[in-house]
Design a protein around this ligand. Sequence first.
Ligand code: ADP
Ligand code: MG
Length: 543
Amino acid sequence: MLAEGAYGLRLLTAAGIYALLAIGYQAVFGAAGALSLAQGAFFGFGAYVTGILGARHGVDGAITLVLSALGPMALAAIVAAPVLRLESHYFALATLGIAQLALLAGVNAESLTGGANGLSGVPGLTLFGVDVSRGWPLLAAVWGFAAVAGFLSWSWSKGARGRALALLREDPLAASALGIDTGALRLAAFLFAAGAGGLAGALHAHLLGVVSPEVLEFPVMIACLSMVVIGGRGNPIGAVLGALLLVQLPEFLRGIGPWYMVAYGAALLGVILFAPDGIAGAIARRLPKPMPVLPKPASPPAPRRAGASLSLRGVTKRFGGVIALNDLSLEIAPGALVGVIGPNGSGKTTLINAICGLYRPETGDVHLDGKSTQTRMPHDIALLGVARCFQAPRLLDQATALDNVALAARGSGRAEGLALHVLDRMGASEFALRPCAGLPGGVRRRVEIARALAMSPSLLLLDEPAAGLAPEEQADLAARLGALNAEGLTIVVVEHSVPFLKSLARRLVCLVEGRAVADGPPDEVTRNPLVVDAYLGRNWKRT
Ligand code: ADP
Ligand code: MG
């Protein structure tokens, strides 16, 4: 089956090197969900560091290995700041640019890299004086590195962080609203990918004894991407399967000569079509899964956070020619429950986004408990105690309600117990083990509110939570929100349903074109001629 003898050993060693490269790539492409096209460049960079220091300066293998990992990591760190914030397709293009620059540098910096000829005479690998330059010892060393990298990546991306990563992939915006530092997660994944890629490149240089610009060319990146797609991007086993398969495949298919590329392309397409999470994913799906069990409910840790005060002063937010918030000022006392009404497009959702830090107002300032939140990132504001729900619930559809809520209770040792407790408070605990995809709209809203509560917030922002609910469901929701407010939680509810708000809030604010045209007790506000004119006149019957 496998090729035999010294040649077979060499192939297996090469497979281990590619497995290491692919394990690194899984962190950024699989776990963080970002299509990086720089992984081949990190591989080539690591190979050249070892080539230059080893062949030209006779530096010991143990040192060049470390430097071959650190070099690409330093490059990744430098380019990360501008590149990691980019939308996914721009991120792909930017990393492709990095790869092109690396290739240009490799070919043109002749005095350093040997130009198109590359470098020869790279010494075999020695580790702390022990010769592991070829055969079984090198094979063992290579697979040892792959195993360590695989373990690190597996333990980094399981449990609570695994769920955070899943949300980062699906919905980075919802992730930051839950206090997940999406930038830090992406950076960690990108650095790990660079380090593992560089190390793989260094081992490759030792295996071949030469370094040529080929290691920086795009086929390395394509091979790495193919391995992860075919093997599976979700866990290190997938990287190992993909690497073994892609290194052995040419041997299996040697007989068919030039048809090899056709067979290869067909195999790749087949996997993408029939096993979208790769071979490892397809196997994992067939394994019996343990029956999910309900955890013991756990109450939030005492003492709870007290309700926060919120203050907006002169906040203006424009979108091109549209003024969504127009010099808006609003003072909300700790423990208050304030309803916000207003016609569509009057800036209600923008108000919530401005408080959460998702939008930066052009002028004005938002203070939470007297502290300005202007310079804080959205995840940072969430950690201060601001929890929000979205106009359309943003849940991880393939995960259970319990997992979705537990995601927000990160850090506490009993995340699942706390999740069940808040689901119960929202009257949704019977759906805890159901995947969110199949849940009715009203339940999805409750799950999303429970997720917000799992953050132990001091301020809860709701965007049309009663939309689409039957009157008795609205009454139930109002009672539950009222109980939370009675415990001191500050709540701001954007809603169209005036009866719902009247049963709940003692203060209403009406926005029209980004300004608060009325602010006071519900009965006063709904009689205010400005409100009747701009809003209720048109919507009164609907609510
Ligand atoms: P509401 O929630 O009250 O219906 P929004 O706050 O969503 O209103 O929108 C207020 C105004 O700002 C609308 O005119 C809307 O088109 C505009 N707007 C909101 N968000 C954006 C955005 N991300 N880009 C461009 N325009 C936006
Ligand atoms: Mg809205």
